[in-house]
Write a protein that binds this ligand. Sequence first.
Ligand code: DGY
Length: 325
Amino acid sequence: MKPSIILYKTLTDNLIDRLKQRVNIIQVPDLSPDTLKKHADDFARAEGLLGSGGKVDSALLENMPALRAVSTISVGYNNFDVNALTERGIALMHTPTVLTDTVADTLMALVLSTARRINEVAERVKRGEWTHSIGPDWFGVDVHHKTLGIIGMGRIGMALAQRAHCGFSMPVLYHARSQHAQAEERFNARRCNLNTLLSEADFVCLILPLSAETHHMIGAEQLAAMKPTAIFINAARGQIVDEQALINALREKRIRAAGLDVFEQEPIDPQSPLLQMPNVVATPHIGSATAETRDAMAHNAVDNLLAALQGNVTKNCVNPEVLSR
Ligand code: DGY
């Protein structure tokens, strides 16, 4: 008999057909308590779980005693209680490779749009304010040859370093737990402590996972260490930053601008002061959101789930130790 899986994301017909050859699909809108109540029997017998965006914690797992494999259509897995999954011998699969370049492009887009004030001046043109040759109040600042600081030198950090070094002649600083010989050899990146990075970089780019260790890693003290001319970019997770401290730093002009793809609360409250600030570029968590990459991520997540259900966790598994249990 084919195993059942809970699918909590819409997939293309193509992928649904592929999955159907191997599993029975129970499609649900989300992982909310209401959905759980409505589909209690389906959740109880499901051996797989596939989707993104919902919380997978002990409370949910209590209702899924047959679960063997979980596959998220994302690289980040902060919505998952990894310890609870591992304790129960459930494999957690994710998509760490297929979105690297797209997220690095997003970071570079935020660097460029904040420095050159693209959104702000484009809006002024649309409002009919371009009535004569522009003056300094429309000017941005250069990106090329400025120093880019990367906090978190994983795959995406590497791809960002490549863009900055090869495309924009930028010196690259990085702060990471371990040394990255490749980043140093290929992109001349220099590893430094957080404080040095914050005080020397013209662009401080955050791209590391959210964990208990990184929660509010950037707060008032760290923002105060940045140069008043520096720009802060976050395409990692909103909770890594103390958002109120960021609002204060921007309000008091202690930093120049911010490019933010992620927020402490998503979607962001439309009343957030961040959205009133002309020097903030806010995007709706579009890090990996291109048609090609989201499609590749969905394919990858389906492959990952099917492999894990067969006991194969050699690729893209967060907790491969589950197999040795
Ligand atoms: C992820 O996959 O975790 C990213 O946040 C998507 O943009």
